[in-house]
Design a binder for this molecule. Structure first.
Ligand code: ATP
Length: 134
């Protein structure tokens, strides 16, 4: 049996995931950060992107936005603004959100909040990436 660590994936809405896993890769602001059990303690900010989890030899993906990761005592805690496992993602909704954000950004007028549209685009792209539809 491979060694495991606890992964807690929490948003303001709910606990998305709380189980033993072998390996976690998070989308850190300065690049991907991978954690095996007994990793040294660490806190890092996360960017909107795709988190990868290996559990019982299989890998699955989670789209996350914002937040941070804390690693301590073989426990990885991810506190994110939003998080959806790949099998929970509504692809059509993400495609529509992507289109809306792209249209807003293309207009580029003063009427749009560019950083908000950019953040929405990044969330939509992360969701599509997690499902392999992008
Ligand atoms: P939309 O414009 O489609 O609402 P959004 O990026 O503005 O997308 P968020 O504010 O990030 O949406 O998320 C609101 C809630 O909806 C969160 O609980 C998030 O997990 C969920 N959610 C958003 N998009 C999807 C999706 N494509 N599939 C599944 N859940 C989603």
């Amino acid at each position: 049996m491979a060694k495991t660590q606890r992964l807690d994936l929490v948003t303001p809405e709910k606990v998305v995931f709380s189980e033993e896993v072998e390996f976690v890769v998070t989308p850190g602001v300065e690049g991907e950060l991978g954690f095996l059990p007994e990793h040294t303690p660490l806190v890092s900010a996360l960017k909107t992107g795709v988190l990868k989890v290996q559990q019982e030899g299989k890998t699955f993906k989670v789209a996350t936005s914002g937040g941070f990761v804390e690693v301590k005592n073989s426990r990885v805690v991810v506190l994110a603004d939003t998080a959806e496992r790949e099998d929970q993602i509504d692809v059509e909704r993400a495609e529509e959100a992507k289109k809306r954000a792209e249209e807003r950004l293309a207009k580029g007028s003063q009427e749009i909040d560019e950083s908000r549209a950019e953040a929405a685009l990044q969330r939509a792209l992360a969701r599509l990436n997690a499902t392999g539809k992008h």
